[in-house]
Ligand binder design. Structure first.
Ligand SMILES: *[C@@H]1O[C@H](CO)[C@@H](O)[C@H](O)[C@H]1NC(C)=O
Length: 220
């Protein structure tokens, strides 16, 4: 089969090198196949990235993803990650941590708010803000306050200041108060009248009693 030892060895080494080359080629192809994209990054709880293709398994090199957190959460890490040539993301996706600091709420027109504890620059967990109105204005619905809880203000209702004049007629002297005042005044007058009448009539009643008993004596 082989024409001498030398020829035989050459053929064997040729086969060897062929196998080695193909193996190297195969090995070389494998990493290049992976480097064509980055795997889908892990989901960020309470946050979102601009991953347009939702069911996509891998992202091409150079893809940029931008992350943001839900209201009440703060981004920790890098908001933008890029798919590198090595098939890895430049950074791990960021994390969204629950906030305990509240955003300063907007001040009502013709009013404002005080913070407890003061000052108002850092609104931490449990901070209470108390609303007030400028002179000549009154808070709609009476006394208003809000508490910072887990980075959010409880009771998100609208707080507003109204001019006093319109409000005063309605709340300080409401319509049902007038009949009450009137009836109280009239009953006091009536009792006073009774007392006066009693005092005035007492001597007359006594004399009438007297005369009737006298008549009784006369007739008997
Ligand atoms: C995500 O947003 C970034 C920054 O706005 C942008 O550069 C990138 O192209 C966006 N990526 C996708 C997949 O939409």
């Amino acid at each position: 089969m082989c024409n001498g030892m030398v020829a035989c060895e050459t053929r064997a080494s040729l086969a060897h090198s062929l196998a080695a080359t193909s193996l190297l080629l195969l090995l070389g192809m494998l990493p290049t196949g992976q480097a064509s994209g980055c795997p889908r990054p892990s989901v960020v709880p309470h946050g979102r990235g601009n991953l347009t293709e939702t069911n996509r398994g891998s992202f091409p090199v150079g893809t940029q993803l931008q992350y943001s957190c839900d209201p009440g959460y703060t981004l920790d890490g890098y908001s933008i990650i890029t798919c590198t040539v090595s098939g890895h993301w430049s950074y791990d996706p960021p994390r969204c941590n629950k906030n305990d600091v509240c955003q300063p709420p907007s001040e009502p027109e013709n009013g404002g708010y005080n913070c407890h504890p003061p000052p108002c620059h850092r609104l931490t967990q449990g901070t209470v803000i108390e609303y007030f109105c400028d002179e000549g204005y009154i808070l709609k619905g009476g006394y208003q306050f809000r508490t910072c809880d887990n980075g959010e203000w409880k009771s998100p209702m609208q707080i507003s200041c109204h001019p006093v004049q319109g409000e005063e007629q309605q709340s300080q002297l409401p319509m049902p108060a007038l009949p009450i005042v009137a009836s109280t005044a009239s009953s006091v007058t009536f009792i006073l009248l009774l007392v006066v009448l009693f005092v005035l009539l007492q001597p007359k009643l006594k004399s009438f009693h007297h005369t009737s008993s006298q008549t009784f004596i006369l007739f008997s």
